[in-house]
Design a protein around this ligand. Sequence first.
Ligand code: RIB
Ligand code: CA
Length: 351
Amino acid sequence: MKIFCEALLVISAFAVWSSATSSADVHAQGATPVKVIFDTDFSIPPQDDGLALALAIKSPELQVLGVTTVAGNDTMQRATSDALRELEIAGRSDIPVYRGANRPLVHEKSDWAATVHGKWWSDEAPAMPPGGFAKTQAQTESAVSYIIRTVNANPGEVTIIAIGPLTNIAMAIRLEPGLAQKIKKLAIMGGAIGSIDGGAGNITPNAEFNFWVDPEAAQVVVRSGIPISLTGLNVTRKTNFTKNWYDKIVAVDTPLTRLIKERMDAGYARNPTRSGQMYDELTVGTVIDPTLVKSKDMYVDVDINHGPDYGVSVGAMKPWEGGENAKQISVQYDVDFERFMTMYVARVTKK
Ligand code: RIB
Ligand code: CA
């Protein structure tokens, strides 16, 4: 439970904080919502994926076309049944859920994998979500087929929010010629860039969990040429979900806030000073309003050598010897956390 423990302890020269027109303001003026595929190693809150989906479905700037699941924090089956149940609780069973990769491309179970964090290597049956399994079933089409079909039908229009291991996205890129050129943008929660502040790993000394679970997929995706905005540990370490924010959420009674309360109250009662990083929630937030974060364009690649740095994301302002395949992507490094949380609370408490 390394990530959870860490969570509990808690230039670009060109980038500036913007209090000017935010995406939210633009939307209020009538902008078309961003078409989004939500790719996730989901579990119901307190898991961050569950809290992130709550934000996405409550934000008018986003049109969540579908949810695709992947093995990561838990099994793909748990990701699927929990996502279906949260959507049901939120009254959004109209959003289809597609079952994705049950295992990473190459990474096999090891003693380390089995003991530190995550159930991506397991085939155990999913636990029953709160209130029982959803009535709606997952679609029969696979997540990879759905991603390809949807992007082909909407070339240049689909943003993929990828907040788990990148297995589904890599498989779709590998399967379909020209797919990468048709994806508008990838908003990824993953990686940690060691050459800038806050770049240590959270699962091995230098690797972030999502990239480490499927390093080969992360490399395919980072090298794909798709415009990428990376919400890595560098920026999520500047977030801190404390009880005062939690209290504001559960002060309002909605089906979603009731779920959050049911799942998180005991933890806060046991330890009112607990706090956690908002990994996946921030990724969604930056698609809604990119002015929430400061970013810089960096050359990034992923180490797939089976040694101590397996799954490590390496980044620099310029290409380096041995890093010739690195691609320039936008790396977030700072956040206006107060403004993000104000938005988060307002959205998630919406009736
Ligand atoms: O390292 C944090 C990431 O790993 C988050 O996406 C969390 O949900 C887990 O998947
Ligand atoms: Ca996740």
